[in-house]
Design a protein around this ligand. Structure first.
Ligand SMILES: [Fe+2]
Length: 135
């Protein structure tokens, strides 16, 4: 069962951002499923790595767009991106060290963070991006 499903309230009304966010949630769901199925460390670590790679690429895409339009809140937004990436790496390390007691803690943290980030910061950024594209 997915830990998070896409719905309209998560849309930022921007096709490239929405597509990326949907894919990001898919990666979180895959990791969530692997943690719950618990059928091998390799499968879980692979899901972690794929999520990390996609998250990095997605954040880079967003940040490149922000720089292109001279986005005023770039620093704050990038700071949040850096924080999440750091947290995912911390969780992966904890998992590796066997100190994550509840596997779902991992994906619940990611889910809550992502939903908040998309609903607040990404929506603001998407608005600025859309205005710029119209102008
Ligand atoms: Fe973002």
């Amino acid at each position: 069962m997915p830990c998070i499903t896409w719905n309209k309230s998560l849309s930022v009304d921007h096709p490239f951002l929405d597509r990326d966010h949907q894919a990001l949630l898919d990666y979180v769901n895959v990791l969530h499923d692997e943690l719950i199925r618990d059928e091998g460390r390799d499968l879980i670590l692979k899901a972690f790595d794929e999520l990390i790679q996609f998250t990095r690429a997605h954040f880079k895409r967003e940040e490149a767009e922000m720089q292109l339009i001279g986005y005023a809140d770039y620093e704050l937004h990038k700071h949040e991106h850096d924080y999440l990436l750091e947290q995912i790496l911390v969780l992966e390390n904890k998992f590796n060290a066997g100190t994550v007691t509840l596997a779902v803690q991992v994906t619940l943290f990611l889910r809550d963070w992502l939903v908040n980030h998309i609903a607040i910061l990404d929506k603001e950024f998407a608005k600025a991006l859309a205005q710029r594209e119209v102008a």
